[in-house]
Design a protein around this ligand. Structure first.
Ligand SMILES: NC(=O)c1ccc[n+]([C@@H]2O[C@H](COP(=O)([O-])OP(=O)(O)OC[C@H]3O[C@@H](n4cnc5c(N)ncnc54)[C@H](OP(=O)(O)O)[C@@H]3O)[C@@H](O)[C@H]2O)c1
Length: 232
């Protein structure tokens, strides 16, 4: 997937990782639709703001009418409520699933016909190391990111015939507002965006942004006993 000359749409482009994606896509020569719940919050010279709430199918349909000729779709928008599965607020569990699973699903369904019009096109889904492992305090979010992992694999199979590459980015903590409450080492989101776009252009289907993602990926082979060792 060549970024120069492509037309990209990034969800959640007004801040955090999405903003870096939009800026770097512009630097690499793409036309960029910067999609946001509030398009007035998009302050990226050269980007075209588009209203898009990934949990609102009407808004997605309107965005797909407005943003034409899209050949690269980046499903970046994300929420983090910290909800737990057993005793957490069910509406927060639904919010996580709506944002991370149904949202990208509906966005992909709306934009797949545009992607099909290009000889080569791509989708990048922003996932997490928490698609593969979970921790207390992250279980509701992880379940949604795991669903998004399966979504990525499913649509990759289904869109292969139209030559749409479907890549998934797995990343640990990044220094954005989402985890401003977390005291742990965090990646620079600008560096993560750069690495992800390089991987996308190289045709990588699974892009690991940091050491933690690589370690957890390797530990999948060891199964639950390796991923969740009994505490000493
Ligand atoms: N930060 C991390 O440590 C980390 C780690 C792994 C993966 N991720 C993933 O990386 C992606 C980007 O997150 P971030 O770290 O940049 O977080 P962030 O700074 O909190 O930004 C979240 C973005 O998503 C948008 N958004 C939230 N709900 C939306 C909706 N319903 N429709 C459209 N946009 C919506 C927000 O828009 P508003 O301004 O309107 O709220 C904002 O632009 C997410 O998918 C997240 O799950 C983050």
């Amino acid at each position: 997937m060549q970024i120069a000359g492509s037309t990209a749409l990034v969800t959640g482009a007004n801040r955090g990782l999405g903003r870096h994606f939009a800026e770097q896509l512009l630097e690499r020569g793409a036309t960029v639709y910067a999609a946001a719940r509030n398009p007035a919050s998009v302050d990226i010279p050269g980007a075209i703001p588009v209203q898009l709430d990934v949990t609102d199918r009407g808004s997605i349909a309107a965005a797909a009418e407005l943003a034409r000729n899209v050949s690269l779709l980046i499903n970046n928008a994300g929420s983090f409520t910290g909800v737990s599965l057993v005793d957490g607020d069910r509406s927060d569990i639904e919010l996580e699933m709506n944002t991370h699973y149904y949202g990208p699903l509906d966005v992909i369904r709306a934009f797949a016909p545009q992607l099909a019009k290009h000889d080569s096109s791509a989708i990048l889904n922003v996932l997490s190391v928490l698609s593969w492992v979970t921790f207390p305090g992250y279980t509701g979010y992880s379940a949604a990111k795991s669903a998004a992992w399966s979504l990525s694999n499913g649509v990759r199979l289904e869109l292969a015939s139209q030559n749409t590459q479907v890549s998934a980015l797995h990343v640990g903590f990044m220094d954005t507002e989402m985890v401003s409450h977390v005291d742990a080492p965090k990646s620079d989101p600008a560096a993560v965006a750069r690495l992800a776009l390089n991987g996308l252009e190289a045709g990588d289907l699974e892009i690991l942004a940091d050491e933690l993602s690589g370690t957890v990926r390797a530990n999948l082979a060891g199964g639950v006993a390796t991923l969740y060792p009994p505490s000493a």
